[in-house]
Design a protein. Structure first.
Length: 375
């Protein structure tokens, strides 16, 4: 079975809508290299087709749009590489390098797509799913949406453009989201601008028929917005009882992260008194996370704070591949997703123990010329 369902539908006005549906429900629509490499030429062709006016991107089922990238396959590729050098870095795992390069090319293509791309972000939207979602022009959240970037628990960092969009959130929130992997519901996602349309989950079946009924596509963005506005008006009640913890705690989070060192910031988050189950879960994720990943997260957010989108993807490609060369990421995936013992053997027991030499090596490029130079 293909991991994607790709269709084109005629509109009343004689144009066409492209529809890409992630079709891997058992894995919560986890994004594989095969899916990525099928989407890239499809979207490139649609961008050049004057009769195709908009793209709808969603996932099979209601539980998840996309729960992330296929890190299990990356784990096996990493395990198959040769021995590590004196710095602890193995040869570049070719599958990992190809996966991240193609994934970031796809994300960048969506970010720069010159036609409306609607992404239905109902249910779980994590990791690689956040890359697709955040790159879309029309980002729809529902009352079931649960966005997150929980990479700290597998010794990675919020990639897929996270270095760009997290740095554009209100003070403190991007770093908090990255360090804790906290859940972001539909209300908070809409408030933060991570989603820009809030529509009831029950309206999903109305979206495509409403788009196909549009006769005038002289201004595709206006046509799409008219459809989404009406669905949004009809959805107000669906979000009424939903809390907004990030909005509620934003002043407090800003104070917690107003510290001069990463160690102080992490300690402040862990030691803060808060009985809210949402905060408790975020704190638990941070406590269980990789100290090396925390240092990588802080370092990447800092160095990318003034970077352009294309610069961010080049930085992230080098960093992601370097992390695949060090033991920490594979160990995180093993503990969380392979053996599922939830007992990762982190290289460093605390932030104080993180080796600056290793950190420096991780931020070096594995190539003389970055493969994304052509973007």
């Amino acid at each position: 079975m293909s991991g994607l369902i790709i269709d084109e539908y005629p509109t009343t006005g004689g144009r066409r809508i492209g529809h890409i549906r992630l079709n891997a429900e058992r894995s919560l629509n986890a994004l594989t290299l095969e899916m990525i490499e099928q989407m890239l030429p499809t979207l490139s062709a649609w961008q050049q087709d004057p009769q195709l006016v908009a793209v709808l991107l969603d996932g099979v089922g209601d539980k998840a749009f996309c729960a992330g990238g296929d890190v299990v396959s990356l784990y096996h590729a990493i395990r198959a590489t040769g021995p590590a050098d004196e710095r602890g870095l193995t040869p570049v795992p070719e599958l990992a390098a190809r996966f991240f390069e193609q994934e970031y090319r796809l994300d960048y293509l969506l970010h720069t797509f010159d036609k409306p791309v609607l992404c239905w972000g109902g249910g779980i939207v994590m990791g690689g799913g956040m890359g697709l979602f955040s790159a879309s022009s029309h980002r729809i959240v529902t009352e079931t949406s649960r966005l997150a970037m929980p990479e700290v628990t597998i010794a990675l960092y919020p990639d897929v453009g996270g270095s760009w969009f997290l740095n554009r959130l209100p003070p403190g929130l991007g770093e908090f989201i990255a360090l804790t992997g906290c859940a972001i519901n539909g209300n908070d996602a809409h408030w933060l601008g991570l989603g820009n349309r809030a529509i009831a989950a029950g309206k999903r079946g109305e979206l495509l028929p409403a788009l196909l009924a549009v006769a005038d596509w002289s201004n595709p963005a206006a046509a799409v917005n008219a459809v989404l506005r009406q669905l949004e008006v009809d959805s107000v009640g669906a979000f009424a009882g939903l809390p907004s913890p990030l909005r509620q705690y934003q002043p407090r989070i800003r104070r917690l992260l107003d510290k001069d060192s990463l160690k102080e910031k992490v300690a402040a988050i862990l030691e803060a008194e808060c009985e809210d189950p949402w905060y408790h879960k975020a704190r638990q994720s941070l406590a269980a996370g990789s100290p090396l990943a925390m240092a990588v997260i802080a370092g990447q957010l800092h160095r990318s704070r003034h970077s352009s989108l294309v610069e961010v993807f080049r930085q992230e490609l080098a960093l992601s591949v370097q992390l695949c060369r060090f033991r920490e990421f594979a160990e995180g995936v093993r503990a969380r997703l392979i053996d599922k013992d939830n007992r990762p053997d982190w290289t460093f027991g605390s932030l104080d123990e993180v080796d600056e030499g290793i950190l420096t090596a991780l931020f070096e490029s594995p190539w003389p010329v970055n493969p994304l130079t052509s973007l």
